[in-house]
Design a protein around this ligand. Structure first.
Ligand SMILES: NC(=O)c1ccc[n+]([C@@H]2O[C@H](COP(=O)([O-])OP(=O)(O)OC[C@H]3O[C@@H](n4cnc5c(N)ncnc54)[C@H](OP(=O)(O)O)[C@@H]3O)[C@@H](O)[C@H]2O)c1
Length: 258
């Protein structure tokens, strides 16, 4: 079985590609930009238009979708995820792909953030297709505090919400996605999270210390229902599997890319 990774150049996608090769699969990756140093041929696809999918997908492939969209407001996130997912399910049915595996996020049905409403719409669109779908929901990656810092830093200060998160190694998420691709067809894998729960600002401070950076992190009680729910633990694993690598362990590994 060939594994096609949509978004194989991304934070989790690179791990999916590497582990799929290590598990002796034939692997192809699709995304919009070619990056240097990829271990497999990179095919041009744009899920917003569907361009390139017909050429990339073959009968009996298993497709793992780890693409992303940048929209944060509900209307644009919903429309972007419906569009990208719609193109995948249509092209997958035409190509007679065996199975689709989609990565989603723990807690998206509890927290009404625009981006999470987009992820719910992505899951729902996947379910409308003819090809069987397996969804894996994970908690935030170890890379998440760094992504939030990059977005929130203004000069010497970063203001971050007091969200509680349970960060997980992107490599462990990639491994679970491959288990889903290789295993029997199930609609939903057990949710996956990391071994520890932390406040987001605390992890951002640890990351900055490890980089010897002096940015000051202010932990804020942000207004709104989503911020309140996230500070109360709505993004944490309720039931499912926990993986073993902690945030501090990840900080010292070669997996770390930020
Ligand atoms: N970050 C987290 O903590 C976290 C936690 C749980 C689940 N997730 C989910 O995991 C998925 C992947 O997240 P990530 O952080 O790994 O994303 P990422 O690093 O932003 O990577 C996204 C990948 O998708 C490709 N891509 C983006 N738009 C595309 C398009 N229109 N057509 C084709 N390829 C496209 C990107 O390459 P190009 O830009 O070159 O096209 C890249 O390879 C997301 O759906 C996210 O919701 C993330």
């Amino acid at each position: 079985v060939r594994i096609v990774v949509l978004g194989g150049t991304g934070v989790v996608g690179r791990h999916v590609v590497e582990l799929a090769i290590a598990r002796s699969h034939d692997v192809a990756s699709g995304s919009r930009h070619n990056r240097t140093g990829l271990p497999v041929p990179q095919h041009y696809v744009d899920l917003r238009t569907g361009h390139g999918l017909a050429e990339l997908l073959h009968p009996d492939d298993v497709v793992i979708d780890v693409t992303n969209v940048t929209a944060m407001r509900a209307a644009s996130a919903i429309s972007a995820f419906e569009q990208t997912a719609g193109h995948v399910v249509t092209a997958a049915a035409r190509a007679r792909v065996t199975r689709l595996v989609l990565l989603s996020i723990v807690g998206i049905d509890e927290v009404p953030l625009g981006y999470y409403r987009g992820k719910l719409a992505q899951e729902a669109t996947y379910r409308t297709g003819k090809v069987p779908v397996t969804v894996l929901r994970s908690t935030q990656f170890h890379e998440f505090p760094g992504q939030m810092l990059a977005a929130a830093t203004r000069g010497p200060i970063a203001i971050l919400p007091r969200s509680m998160i349970q960060p997980v190694a992107a490599r462990d998420v990639a491994s679970a996605l491959l288990d889903a691709a290789e295993g029997p067809p199930v609609s939903r894998m057990p949710d996956l999270g990391g071994p520890e729960i932390h406040a987001l600002p605390d992890l951002a401070r640890r990351l900055l210390r490890s980089r010897n950076e002096s940015t000051r992190v202010l932990a804020a009680w942000l207004p709104g229902r989503s911020a309140r729910l996230m500070s109360q633990g709505a993004l944490l694993l309720r039931e499912g599997r926990t993986s073993s690598q902690t945030f501090d362990q990840w900080l010292t590994t070669a997996d770390r890319r930020s």
